[in-house]
Design a protein around this ligand. Sequence first.
Ligand code: ATP
Ligand code: MG
Length: 423
Amino acid sequence: MRGMNDLLPGQSSVWQYFESQVATLMQRYGYDEIRTPVLEQTALFCRSIGEVTDIVEKEMYTFEDRNGDSLTLRPEGTASTVRAAMEHGLLHNQTQRLWYTGPMFRHERPQKGRYRQFHQVGVETYGLEGPDIDAEVILLSARLWKQLGLYEHVTLELNSLGSNEARAAYRDKLVAYFEAHHEVLDEDSRRRLTSNPLRILDSKNPAMADMLADAPRLMDHIDDESRQHFEALTARLDAAGIQYVINPRLVRGLDYYCRTVFEWTTSALGSQGTVCAGGRYDGLVEQLGGKPTPAVGFAMGIERLILLLETLDIVPDEARAPLDVYVLGMDASTDGSAMHLAEQLRDAAPELRVQLHCGGGNFKNRMKKADRSDARLALILGENEQASGQVAIKFLRDERSQQIIAQQDLAAALKSLLAEQTP
Ligand code: ATP
Ligand code: MG
C-alpha cells in the first residue's frame, strides 16, 4: 500500500539498533514506557489536536466500526497518552515521565521521509511546570543524537508561544498584518487567516517569504512569565553547552502547544528536515476533562532518523547484526552432532550470532551456503572431527588456513579469533 513500508531483513537490524539505543536511554533518565492501542475514538483527536489543523482536516484514517462508533488510527501519540494517563489515574498528585514508540497513521502524499504509516518515539511528562523539565527533555534528545553520531548534523530551533491569553492578543495583531498584505497571501494562507493564522508563519512559499519576515514576532508579544520561563530554559541549555537558534516563526502544527516549542532539524534530508518536534502543552489535560496539569513532550520520526543515519553513512557495522559463525556438518551423518555443537556454543558464548546449516545437501552445496551467509567463520564437522571431539574453523572472509581445535576450547577460541578479526 502506498506510503506504508515493509521493513525487510537488513533494514530491521538498523531499526533494532536505534530502538535499543532509545530504550536504554529512557531507562537511564528514569522514563517509563507506556503502550496504548493504535485505535482511539475519533473525538479524542479532534478535541486535542484541533479541528483546523492539517492532521484533523485531511490526514486522519477514520472509519466506523461494526457498532457504528467512529474510530481513528492514531496520527500521533500525545492524545492517546493523555487519555490513558487520565483513565488510569496516573496524573493524580504525581509527576510522570513517560515514553512510547510505535506506528502512527496520516493520509499524506507519500515521498521521501513522509509516509502514511510511520513510526515515532515520543516522550511525555506531566505535573512539572518549571523550565527544568523543558531543558531535561531537550538534553535527553541531544544525548540520543550524540550516541547515534548525529549531533553535529542537527540544529535545535526554539521558540516560545507564550500563554494562551498572550497568544490570542498576538493573533489579532497578526491577522491585522496579514489582512494588510492580503494580495501576497496564497490560497492556503487565505483559508487559514480565519481558522489558524499562526500556521501561516510556517509557510514555505517563497512568494510570501519577505512578507513573513516582517510579520509581528510572537516572541515580542509573550507575557512576562512565559518570557522568564523561556530565559530560564535557554540559560539551562547554555550551561549544558547545547546550541540552539531562536526561530520566531516556529509555531508547530498542533493546537495544544503553549510556551516552549522546539524542533530538531537537519539539512541533509531535503524538505522533510524535521526529525524531532515538541513543546509544552499545559492546557491539554484540562481540555480533555482532567485537572489542569502542566505537560511537556516531543516526538521524533524514526524513518527520518534512520534515513539520516543511512545518508550520513554512520550506522555502525555492529548494528547490521552480521553472523559470527555458520555451523555445518560435512554430510547427513554429522548433522545431528553439528546441531548439538551449535547449541553448546550458544550456551558457552551467548553473545555470538550462530547460524546452523539446515536443509541437507552435499558438502559443496553446504559450503556455498556458508559463503553466502554473512558469517565470518564456518565451523565444519566431519566424521573424523566428530570422532575426536574436534571441529574445523574455516575463515570465510580472510586468506587464512583452516584450523582444527578441540570442541571444548571452541568458545574461547572463537572469542579471540573474532576479536582479532574486528577491523
Ligand atoms: P511535518 O511538518 O514534516 O509534516 P509535523 O509537524 O506534521 O511534521 P509532528 O506531528 O510534530 O510532525 O510529528 C513529529 C515528527 O514525526 C516529525 O518531526 C517527523 O519527524 C515525524 N513525522 C510526522 N509526520 C510524518 C510522516 N507522514 N512520515 C514520516 N515521519 C513523519
Ligand atoms: Mg505534518
